[in-house]
Ligand binder design. Sequence first.
Ligand code: PLP
Length: 369
Amino acid sequence: MAGPVGTAIARTSTFTFADTEQMKQWAEGKGSHFIYTRYGNPTLAVAEKKIAALEGAEDALVTASGMAAISSALLGVLQAGDELIATLSLYGGTYRLMRDIFPRMGIKVKFVGTDLAAIEKLVTPRTKALYIETPTNPALRVVDLKRAVNFAKEWDLVSLVDNTFASPVLQKPIGMGFDVVLHSATKYLGGHSDILAGAAAGKKSLIEKARQMVIYLGGSMDPEVAFLLIRGMKSLEVRMEQQCKTAMAVAKYLEKHPKVSRVHFPGLASHPDHKLAKRQMKGFGAMMAFDMKGELAAARRFCERTRVFLLAASLGGVESLVLLPVYSSHYNMSAAELKAAGIEAGTVRVSIGLEDAGDLIEDLRQALA
Ligand SMILES: Cc1ncc(COP(=O)(O)O)c(C=O)c1O
C-alpha cells in the first residue's frame, strides 16, 4: 500500500461518530472507535504497538510520563488493604510515591534489598504485587530477574519491573515471565531529551487495568509526543549499542582516576553485581555513578567544571549529563535512606550520550584536575 513513511499525527482531542448507532455501540463496549484522546488515539496506538513489539508483550500503553505509567499500572492492581513488596533502591520519585502516597490510600509497602534476601518473610495473604527496578537509579545495582519472577509466581503476585535503564535492547523481562514492564520513555525510548513520556507493557488484562487508571486519573500522552516517541524509537538499538560502548570506556577511565573512590557500573569486574549483569543483560548500559573522594564539595566542583557533560537531571538522551543525586532524585532524604539507596553525598550520576568517547574522557580529565 502506498503512503507516508512518517507516522501521521492525529492532532485532535476528539473524534466524530458516523451516527448515533456508532455512539451506542461504543457505549455498550462494542467496536473499537476512537472517541476522545484520553481514552485512546491512533498515533498513541502506533507507539503502543511498537513498544509491545519491542518488549515482546501482549499489549502496551503509553502515558504522559514514566510516573503516570508506574502509578497507573500499580493502582490498576492494588487497592486499600493490599500490600506491595518493592526493592528499596528505586528511582526517587517511585520510592516517594510508595513512601508518601500509597500509605494514604491504605496500601502498605514493604521494602527489600536488591539481593531480595529473606523476601519470603515479607509475604502475607494481603501481598498482591512485587515491584523491582534493574539496574537501579542511581546506584546501578542489578536485581536478579529470574529470582524475582520465580518468587512472584510462587506466591501468586503480579510482577512489575522498571526497565528504563536497560531498555528492551538489553533485557526483555516479559520473556522471562514478568507480568508488566514499565518505562520512563522520557529516557532511552524517546532518546533526545525533548519529551516526557511513559509506557507500560505486558499482559493484556493488566495493561487494560492500567489504561482504565489513565482514563480515571488523566495521565494520557499527547499525540505530538507520541510522534516524537515513535521517531526516537527508530534509532533505539543503534543509540544503545554506541552508548554502551562509550560508557565502558568512560567507566574504565574513572575507575583509575585518583580522585574517584568508587565507580558504580555493572560492566566493571569490581561491581558487586557484575556476574549477574553479564548473565541477564545483553550489555551493561550507559548509566553509571561514581563517588568523589572529597565528598560533596569535590562532587560539586566537578559538576561545575564539565564542558561537554551538561549538568542536568534526566538521562538516556543523546547528550551526556551529570548530576548530584542528593540535589535531585534523592533530595531531602535521610542518611539512612541514602545508604539504603547505595549513594553518598559525593556521588555523581552520569548518563552517557552519543558524543565522541575521547571528547568525554578529555572533559572528565579537565573537570577532575
Ligand atoms: C528509572 C526511572 N523510572 C521512572 C522515572 C520517572 O519517569 P518520568 O520522569 O518520565 O515520569 C525515572 C525518571 O527519572 C527513572 O529514572
